[in-house]
Design a protein around this ligand. Structure first.
Ligand SMILES: [Zn+2]
Ligand SMILES: [Zn+2]
Length: 199
């Protein structure tokens, strides 16, 4: 599909609205979600719950929350701080899923882009720099939306150890600050149950 057409689509607009801007990372998340949903559509029964595991916390994961409905708050969106552009989607019932690993070089900035990113970050960009940066940014976003899934990701089916469902446990007060805290997150120090903030 043409990149312009995707960007004008309802789905992409929802991602943009949630994330706040359009960027290459958002495009990666959009593409990963589309690949995952297509795969899951063919491989799951309707009542099965989807879980997403993401291995970074960059722009892309916002598109994934919007498009797959896996969200941080529902507990079916799991963040692993591995610093990798790897996304795994699976069914909670079977543990079977799809693992997407972004291919090397896809998001790699070229020299000019890198310079501009630094200038913008350090508030040293002229109006002309900013304009050029915006253009490159847009161009790179479109490039990602134009690419086939095969060119973006290494895709493989996988099985995952199922994470436990979110548990409900009545809170107990931290014995230092008094704030209600999940008991499993309190630590016993000098005979007091203490929250992680107070540790
Ligand atoms: Zn972004
Ligand atoms: Zn405390």
């Amino acid at each position: 599909m043409l990149a312009e057409k995707i960007m004008a689509s309802e789905d992409f607009k929802r991602c943009e609205q949630f994330h706040g801007h359009v960027c290459p990372g958002l495009a990666i998340g959009y593409q990963a979600s589309k690949a995952a949903l297509a795969w899951l559509e063919e491989n799951r029964s309707v009542d099965e719950e989807i879980v997403a595991i993401v291995e970074n916390d960059a722009c892309c994961v916002d598109a994934i929350q919007v498009l797959t409905g896996c969200t941080f708050g529902k507990g079916n969106f799991i963040y692993k701080n591995h610093g990798k552009m790897v996304f795994t989607f699976f069914s909670r019932n079977t543990g079977k899923g799809l693992r997407l690993s972004m291919k090397p070089g896809v998001l790699e900035p070229d020299e000019r882009y890198r310079q501009l990113i630094e200038k913008v970050r350090d508030n040293k960009a002229t109006d002309k720099d900013r304009e050029e940066f915006a253009q490159l940014h847009q161009q790179r976003t479109e490039d990602i939306l134009k690419k086939s899934m095969e060119n973006l990701f290494t895709m493989e089916t996988t099985t995952v150890d199922l994470p436990p469902k979110a548990r409900m446990e009545p809170s107990e007060p931290c014995q230092v600050c008094g704030e209600p805290t999940m008991p499993s997150k309190l630590e016993l120090v000098n005979n007091k149950m203490i929250c992680r903030d107070c540790l």
